[in-house]
Design a protein around this ligand. Structure first.
Ligand code: AMP
Length: 215
């Protein structure tokens, strides 16, 4: 089952991807996580990506396409994968299509998680993330058991630089201009399903399961 989670920043893609990993036993592939890891490690890729990420802009297509091309070669994605945060532009979607075709694969479902912009701002500003294992919490909606501490690994939680209110405006703009055309792109291919992203994590998860192709 090859899936894409599409939606504005803060729609819950990462949270829902993690629930699907547990349910389906296929890996989550998040370009945002891969880029943040590279930025923390100070690699060449990370140094290039960090200023763009910090300003809420997108990293160039060729860079993220290269990351995905490498990642999809790993054996853990042979039974399927959940793409979270990729593709984010039409050229990325076209490159992905070509890449998968060459591997004899295709995207089975694109889940478009729909959330109104006001709800997105609220979610992002309260989001706290664990840089060590990628767990995500929300100060009000999903607080960790101990304030500021990751439930899963016990490490300190942080607010991502690009989750600060002033950066969220730019990220929403990038989504509207560059990513939202993917809704039409995948709708034309007959693989898109819209899912209402408001409500509880469990409720949205249930809607996503219903929108998956027959297993
Ligand atoms: P995310 O964690 O998915 O919100 O991604 C955080 C940041 O990483 C984005 O705001 C972009 O700067 C960068 N990024 C992640 N995925 C992509 C992508 N597919 N294309 C371009 N930039 C990306």
């Amino acid at each position: 089952m090859n899936l894409i989670l599409l939606g504005p920043p803060g729609a819950g893609k990462g949270t829902q991807a993690k629930k699907l990993v547990a349910e389906l036993g296929i890996p989550q592939i998040s370009t945002g996580d891969i880029l943040r890891e590279a930025a923390r490690g100070g690699t060449e890729l990370g140094l290039k990506a960090k200023p763009l990420m910090d300003s809420g802009k997108l990293v160039p297509d060729d860079i993220v396409i290269g990351i995905i091309a490498e990642r999809l070669k790993a054996p853990d994605s042979s039974k399927g994968f959940i793409l979270d945060g990729f593709p984010r532009t039409v050229p990325q979607a076209e490159a992905l299509e070509a890449m998968l075709r060459a591997m004899g694969k295709a995207i089975d479902r694109v889940l478009s998680i729909e959330v109104p912009e006001q709800a997105v701002v609220e979610r992002i500003s309260g989001r706290r993330s664990c840089p060590r294992d990628g767990s995500v919490f929300h100060v009000l909606a999903q607080p960790p058991k101990r304030d500021g501490i990751c439930d899963a690994c016990g490490g300190p939680l942080i607010q991502r630089d690009d989750d600060r209110a002033e950066k969220v405006v730019e990220r929403n703009k990038q989504y509207r201009e560059k990513t939202s055309p993917l809704i039409a792109f995948y709708s034309q291919r007959g693989v898109l399903k819209a899912v209402a992203g408001e409500g509880t994590t469990e409720g949205v998860h249930a809607s996503i399961l219903e929108a998956l192709p027959q297993r």
